[in-house]
Design a protein around this ligand. Structure first.
Ligand code: SF4
Length: 607
């Protein structure tokens, strides 16, 4: 099948059985690849009520039709599972070089099932596919294991590996690859860990069939040329995502001291130019990327190196926990990567613990003697390790902010900044209603990458609760995740302003099938609705109340940063949801109406 590896690999870790099946053509038609394949397999194959950390849950890693081909940023794969953090749909995108090897091994998805009785790793070298003993690697850090596998098998092999966070079932454990690229959110690493799968090591040599070689060459060249000519290329590759740090600080969107404020007095020390000057030593990109956003940094104070920190980490492990030194933030980033936990959730849960400490809900007796004041760098470092090891106070935080705050009570729930159990990523949304709605309705919880709507808020008027904003969020949610479906990166479109139609030509030349953006957005809408049905199937009483944001964003003014444009009433939050549900074709409780499911050809699948 043109543009595809051609097979789905199934690995049952309980029995050790490994099988392949052809990738169904109707699956490529209706769900295309990547995140679409993951959403389909999760809904169809994981039984209702499965324990996220039990053998019935599956972990599905998928490439897309662009993955591994000479298209800018075609280095993304998707990891889907039932989330141990939220109890709903989880899908985490991972860059680097891994997805290309999935395709070169002749695969589109790898479905990991069951639970191994002992630690193993999955070894794939074209058709040689084996589960091997991982006892020598269990208990070691992500970077150590990746290095050992590279030394053992060679640099051509790509490695996706969990750290102690994943081994210990931390609800926001990640999967690490290429010494600093992660499938970060939703606890995909914990699912891998409870399956006792330490790593996947993969290499392939097969060609990916392409329908129209000359057309593909031309479309690829046009895309690379557009990137090369883009006005923003220089700034983007100089600063990467940290280009927005100063902007967020200025507009009051930089999460500060557990989102109680939107601008940070130490923010200037964390801005992109400061980071570039003080710690960045080189740039690092994913497969086929002409605009590398990865920044490789050296922290002289600690004698260490890290890929990062990118903006989200600076927001969550910098200003959100009161740290105003870029080397300290970068070191916290490194610790999370090595131990195998998501930097965004780690910053969210530590920020919550610090605020609860400040309010007297915790004392040193609860925190293993740590003084959890905002800005205490050593306490942050210590907590990252304790979380990964589930040690003492870290065991509580390892559950994620929703469960931890419910367990503690005493009003601490009020300081838990999350939606559906996922810690909010690094945009304070006191006065950005489109971004607030994007978090409220995101299909994995409060994550930014589906609909990065904050610039639209500034454009339209921050406080406005208007149908145009809602329509914009819905369009972004249908369209942007298509890059995760195609197996490519959205950032060339977002940051360099690449004409999205260039991707349509490339996709047609590769697969031999014409798909307009309207058609692709409809697939995006299908996936969005399927995921909504998944949440509803797995969580009794699921509906509107699950979409509510932290009251912090409408009950309290931000302590710093602008207060202009904040919505202050729950009624306005509900008005946003009313408009959103109506435009989505959902009922008043936020569930897709039968006619919406019919329109999207989902009736049979969800029945
Ligand atoms: Fe990877 Fe960044 Fe390039 Fe996207 S822009 S492909 S995330 S390096």
């Amino acid at each position: 099948m043109n543009g595809y590896g051609g097979s789905i690999l199934r690995v049952n870790l309980t029995t050790g059985t490994i099988t392949k099946e052809p990738t169904p053509p109707e699956l490529t038609r209706d769900f295309i690849g990547g995140r679409g394949f993951g959403a389909y397999f999760l809904f169809k194959e994981v039984p209702k009520g499965a324990d996220p950390l039990g053998p019935e849950n599956k972990l599905i890693v998928s490439s897309g039709p662009l993955s591994g081909l000479m298209i800018p940023g075609a280095g993304k794969c998707d990891w889907t599972t039932k989330s141990p953090l939220t109890g709903g749909y989880a899908s985490a995108s991972m860059g680097g070089l891994f997805t290309a090897e999935i395709k070169y091994a002749g695969l589109d998805s790898i479905i990991l099932e069951g639970t191994s009785p002992k630690p193993v790793y999955l070894f794939i070298d074209d058709n040689k596919i084996e589960l091997r003993d991982a006892a020598p690697y269990w208990g070691k850090s992500t970077f150590t294991v990746e290095k050992e596998f590279k030394e053992k098998f060679g640099e051509d092999f790509q490695v996706a590996v969990i750290g102690l966070g994943g081994e210990n079932g931390v609800a926001f454990a990640h999967i690490n690859h290429d010494y600093g690229r992660q499938a970060g959110r939703g606890g995909v690493g914990a699912v891998m860990g409870t399956k006792k799968l330490k790593a996947i090591v993969i290499h392939g040599t097969k060609s990916v069939p392409v329908a129209d070689l000359e057309g593909y060459r031309k479309a690829g060249m046009a895309l690379f040329k557009a990137c090369k000519d883009a006005e923003m290329l220089k700034d983007w590759t100089t600063y990467g995502t940290t280009i927005v740090t100063s902007w967020c600080d200025e507009v009051g969107a930089l999460p500060t001291r557990n989102f109680s404020a939107g601008s940070f007095e130490g923010g200037k020390n964390l801005y992109g130019p400061v980071m570039r000057k003080e710690i960045v030593i080189t740039d690092k990109g994913c497969f086929g990327c002409p605009s590398p956003c990865g920044k490789y940094s050296r922290m002289k104070r600690y004698n260490t190196n890290v890929e990062g920190p990118e903006y989200e980490t600076i927001g969550m492990l910098g200003s959100n926990v009161g740290i105003a030194d870029i080397q300290d933030v970068a070191q916290a980033n490194l610790l999370c990567d090595e131990w195998g936990i998501d930097t965004i959730s780690a910053g969210g849960v530590i920020g919550w613990a610090m605020e609860a400490y400040e309010k007297g809900i915790f004392t040193k007796k609860d925190t293993d003697g740590l003084e959890l004041k905002f800005g205490n760098t050593q306490a942050v470092f210590a907590l990252i390790e304790k979380i990964a090891k589930r040690e003492g106070f870290g065991a509580l935080l390892a559950e994620g902010v929703k469960k931890a705050s419910q367990k503690v009570g005493k009003g601490s729930e009020k300081y838990a900044i999350h939606v559906k159990g996922m810690e909010q990523s690094a945009y304070a949304t006191h006065n950005a209603t489109a971004m607030l709605l994007a978090y409220m309705t995101c299909d994995v919880g409060a994550h930014h990458n589906r609909a990065w709507a904050i610039t639209y808020d500034i454009q339209v008027g921050r406080e406005k609760v208007v149908p145009e904003k809602v329509a914009r969020v819905i369009w972004l949610q249908n369209f942007r995740p298509m890059f995760d479906v195609l197996g490519g990166c959205r950032l060339q479109w977002v940051e360099l302003g690449i004409d999205r139609d260039l991707y349509v030509s490339a996709l047609e030349a590769i697969t031999g099938v014409h798909r307009s953006w309207e058609d692709l957005e409809k697939v995006g809408e299908r996936i969005w609705n399927l995921n909504r049905m998944y949440w509803a199937r797995e969580n009794e009483g699921f509906g509107r109340s699950w979409d509510m944001p932290s009251p912090r964003f409408y009950e309290e003014p931000p302590k710093t940063g602008t207060t202009a444009g904040q919505i202050t009433k729950l009624e306005d939050v509900n008005r946003l949801l009313d408009m959103y549900y109506e435009q989505r074709g959902w009922d008043a409780n936020g569930l897709p109406k039968p006619e919406t499911l019919e329109k999207l050809n989902l009736r049979t699948l969800v029945a």
